[in-house]
Structures are given as C-alpha cells and as structure tokens.
Write a protein that binds this ligand. Structure first.
Ligand code: ZN
Length: 113
C-alpha cells in the first residue's frame, strides 16, 4: 500500500548552515592563525563551554586540512611538577597523573600553513 519511502528526515549532521556557527569557527581560525592560544584562554575569550569549543576545533581541524593548513596542538603541562602530557586532546586534562595537582597549563593551539 504505502510505497515505503518513509519520512525523508532531516540531515542534521555536517551540513550546518547556521551563520553564527560558521562565523564563530572562522573567527577561531583567524585567532589561531594570528597567535598561539591556550584552550582555556580561547574558551574564556569567546565565552564557550569546553564541549562547544572542542566540537568547533574538531571541525576546524578538518577544514584547515582541506586548505593545506594544520591545527597544531602543543600538549598540556603540569604547573606544579612540570609533567608533560602526551595527549594531544583539545581539552585540558583534569589533573596531573604524576603529582595529582589540578593546575594544568595548556594545551596550546595554533593554525599553521
Ligand atoms: Zn604534576
């Protein structure tokens, strides 16, 4: 009876056409091309949550690659014992695995190329 096409559904994935989303990401790219930013510095500057900025950076990572640039991540460091994190995750780790201090600096981000 029903041809079985079903509801077309909306593609709410990559194809975001929201202007605010696009301009904010462009602004982030411009800032990161200009100088190196600590994740938290950038987050406070733009008034974003960790999750939103992380999501933006994931998209930026992909989009700058497409233009031959690179989003570089300098890993976080513990301010108490100078432990260097290996992880290149965008967001700062919760605490230092070495001394358990929470004063973590970085990670730092930059777009090059
Ligand atoms: Zn430490």
């Amino acid at each position: 009876m029903n041809p079985g096409v079903g509801t077309p559904g909306f593609d709410h994935g990559m194809s975001m056409t929201s202007q605010t989303g696009r301009t904010r990401r462009q602004e982030i790219v411009e800032r990161l091309r200009d100088s190196e930013w600590a994740f938290d510095e950038l987050r406070h500057e733009l008034g974003l949550t960790v999750r939103v900025l992380e999501e933006d950076l994931r998209h930026i990572d992909r989009s700058v690659r497409a233009t031959g640039s690179r989003l570089e991540i300098r890993p976080a460091r513990c301010e108490a014992c100078d432990f260097g994190f290996k992880s290149t995750a965008f967001h700062p780790p919760g605490r230092c695995p070495s001394c358990r201090d929470r004063r973590i600096a970085g990670p730092w981000l930059r777009v090059r190329g």
